[in-house]
Design a protein around this ligand. Structure first.
Ligand SMILES: *[C@@H]1O[C@H](CO)[C@@H](O)[C@H](O)[C@H]1NC(C)=O
Length: 142
């Protein structure tokens, strides 16, 4: 029994990524009580995001309202952080309007001197920059 639990935990860890989309049938997921907090994100039509912390990815997705999750509690990110959805990260084309955003990198980018950020001309170009996890509107402050 114990071995199975350890194996399950290992599998979960392997699948744990920074950003994970919820399956469309997430409500049917069978969840275990496991503490591996994630921040669940839902986008509103006005562009705002609702962020709520859940015990794990499965529980976040099983309520049926979360689009995707990000590793860690919501409170571990700045309150003004707007996460890039998987679709936004993969955007192939962006409009050219000038509305600068500061993009903060995921853990792939090793950073010695914070903030680990990159400034782009608008949110679309910022999110589609490789390894950007979330954006904050405006210029990057150093
Ligand atoms: C960081 O983001 C890139 C996509 O921009 C992704 O391929 C990579 O897996 C992410 N790294 C982590 C640690 O999640």
């Amino acid at each position: 029994m114990r071995k199975i639990l350890i194996l399950a935990a290992l599998v979960c860890l392997t699948f744990a990524q920074n950003v994970q989309e919820c399956p469309t049938d997430g409500r049917l997921m069978k969840c275990v009580v496991q503490q591996q907090p994630v921040c669940g994100i839902r986008s509103l039509t006005n562009g705002k995001q609702i962020k709520e912390t859940f015990d794990n990815y499965c529980i976040a997705c099983s309520i049926g309202k979360v689009e995707y999750t990000v590793e860690g509690k919501c409170e571990s990110y700045p309150a003004e952080a707007k996460f890039c959805s998987p679709a936004q990260s993969q955007a192939l084309a962006c409009t050219r309007e000038y509305d600068p955003h500061c993009g903060y990198f995921n853990k792939t980018v090793q950073c010695l001197v914070p903030p680990c950020a990159i400034e782009q001309s608008n949110r679309c170009t910022t999110c589609s920059t490789e390894n950007v996890l979330y954006t904050v509107r405006g210029n990057c402050r150093n």
